[in-house]
Ligand binder design. Structure first.
Ligand code: SF4
Length: 322
């Protein structure tokens, strides 16, 4: 059986912002396989970026894994050895490209330093590699680009530079955290097409984080849907988008503009604070399909097909009604 490149198994994470534990992720499980794109979708604040930081050992607020394990290439990296994956096996593109580089050094200096440190090569070799990657992300005048400072680029140009830098280190996994949030509509597709084409050429896996289901639908083979620090449904993207099982996923899909639909149907209520220690299903206060057990018991994972799983009481043998 094929083994995942990265595996998060039943992980819960606590932060300690004021000394007291604050649970931000609960029982998260994800498998990312070589060469595939996994889309992580959910509302702002549901724990998507926290999941990325977990993989990179970059949890804020003295964050700690309190149960579960993280694996990379078959090796248990639950301890701090995840730090060693950064900039080598795993690269990340952040939401705001304009804040991703040091503003007082030229792009060339920073790009060349990264490549020298990653591959142990000399200045000249690193410079020619940087020029090749700048051309590969279709930016004009590569020589001139190396001499410029970060503030001399537009958001779209800077995000393409970030893609060049991230891909140039030849990672096994690229984490793209809302990579198009700061871009206008025309540049969103352009940027994601670029990531997708380089991913295929280089056989890199991608974890694409977004709150935009339409974007995720176009680029991902698999989807994991997050709600309030937990994963509520995951599996094959086409299956989930055609026949979503979890009421929250159904709500997200109903809220999308489609055909000549005049009114979008929103999910009633608002997202609770993460660390919501209510018993039962975290989605229960907003769920139109809730049954009595949802208030008192946390739903377990149920296999709906060989391709997808859902955390909802309606899929237990006893309550199968949906
Ligand atoms: S477990 Fe209950 S409350 Fe939670 S999503 Fe399923 S039906 Fe709704």
């Amino acid at each position: 059986m094929k083994k995942p490149l990265a595996k998060i198994s039943n992980v819960s994470v606590d932060l300690f912002p004021n000394g007291a534990p604050f649970t931000v992720l609960e029982n998260i499980s994800l498998d990312i396989f070589q060469g595939e794109t996994l889309g992580l979708i959910g509302e702002t604040g549901c724990g998507k970026s926290m999941t990325a930081w977990l993989l990179l050992d970059m949890l804020p607020g003295n964050g700690k894994i309190i149960n579960g394990s993280v694996w990379f290439k078959g090796k248990d990296v639950t301890d701090s050895s995840r730090t060693l994956l950064r900039g080598k096996n795993i690269a990340m593109i952040f939401q705001d490209p304009l804040r991703a580089l040091n503003p007082v050094h030229t792009v060339g200096k920073q790009f060349v330093t990264i490549l020298k440190s990653r591959f142990g090569i000399d200045n000249q070799e690193a410079r020619s590699m940087a020029l090749k990657w700048i051309k590969r992300v279709r930016l004009d005048s590569p020589e001139d680009i190396l001499l410029r400072y970060p503030h001399q680029f537009s958001g779209g140009q800077m995000q393409r530079l970030m893609i060049a830098i991230a891909m140039s280190i030849k990672p096994d996994l690229l984490i793209a955290d809302e990579p198009t949030t700061a871009l206008d509509a025309t540049l969103k597709t352009y940027t994601l097409d670029l990531i997708n084409s380089i991913r295929k050429e280089e056989d890199i896996s991608v974890l694409l984080i977004s709150h935009n289901l339409n974007l995720i639908a176009n680029y991902c083979e698999k989807i994991a849907v997050m709600y309030n620090g937990t994963i509520v449904e995951n599996g094959n993207a086409d299956h989930i988008l055609e026949k979503p099982k979890h009421p929250y996923t159904q709500g997200l899909i109903n809220a999308l503009p489609k055909g000549n639909k005049k009114r979008l149907i929103s999910i009633e209520g608002s997202t609770p604070t993460v660390n919501n220690k209510q018993s039962g299903c975290r989605f229960e206060p907003r769920c139109t399909e809730a049954i009595p057990i949802c208030k008192t018991s946390t739903p377990q994972l149920f296999d709906v097909t060989s391709e997808s799983q859902v955390f909802c009481h309606h899929y237990s043998k006893e309550n199968k009604v949906l």
